[in-house]
Design a protein around this ligand. Structure first.
Ligand SMILES: [Zn+2]
Length: 161
């Protein structure tokens, strides 16, 4: 009986649903993003439908003021909202003019995105100052299990250096 109860507690810890504001909106945006990918996989000429999904996704984000992750944002054309898939709807080239950078060009509207290929470059959202607040929350929730609490402490020590 004791073993069973331990197993149950482990399962509840791993599958515990944390409170996420606007969960439904995020789920819908996730669905729309994946649907856009699926349409391009099945028919690469169906750019308009993928664009419609991405436009809807961005409208939801705009209305509710939700941040789209940079990794997703970088695969969306800012000008025409089409999904940038290398070789299908976009070209990706490395350029060394001024400084080594990546050039992603949308094939529909010819808009260009440039990303620096600088070593050790950190995005604003990945910077340590922002992580401190998140880690405080994580340590509070992980205090019940000693192992995870120690690991988060070590990561905070590494980042402070
Ligand atoms: Zn475009």
């Amino acid at each position: 009986m004791a073993k069973n109860s331990k197993k149950k507690s482990k399962v509840t810890n791993s599958t515990k649903r944390f409170f996420v504001p606007n969960r439904e909106a995020f789920q819908r945006m996730n669905f729309l993003y994946q649907a856009a990918h699926c349409t391009l996989v099945h028919n690469p000429d169906n750019v308009e439908l993928a664009r419609f999904y991405i436009t809807t996704m961005r409208t939801i984000a705009k209305r509710l003021v939700l941040r789209i992750d940079p990794s997703i944002k970088r695969t969306i054309c800012k000008k025409c909202n089409s999904l940038l898939v290398p070789g299908v709807t976009a070209t990706v080239r490395m350029r060394a003019k001024r400084e080594q950078h990546l050039v992603v060009a949308c094939l529909s509207c010819k808009a260009v995105k440039r990303f620096l290929a600088r070593e050790g470059y950190q995005l604003w959202s990945e910077k340590t100052e922002l992580r401190v607040g998140l880690q405080m929350e994580q340590t509070q929730t992980a205090n019940q299990t000693s192992e995870s609490g120690q690991s988060s402490q070590t990561t905070s020590e590494q980042e402070s250096k």
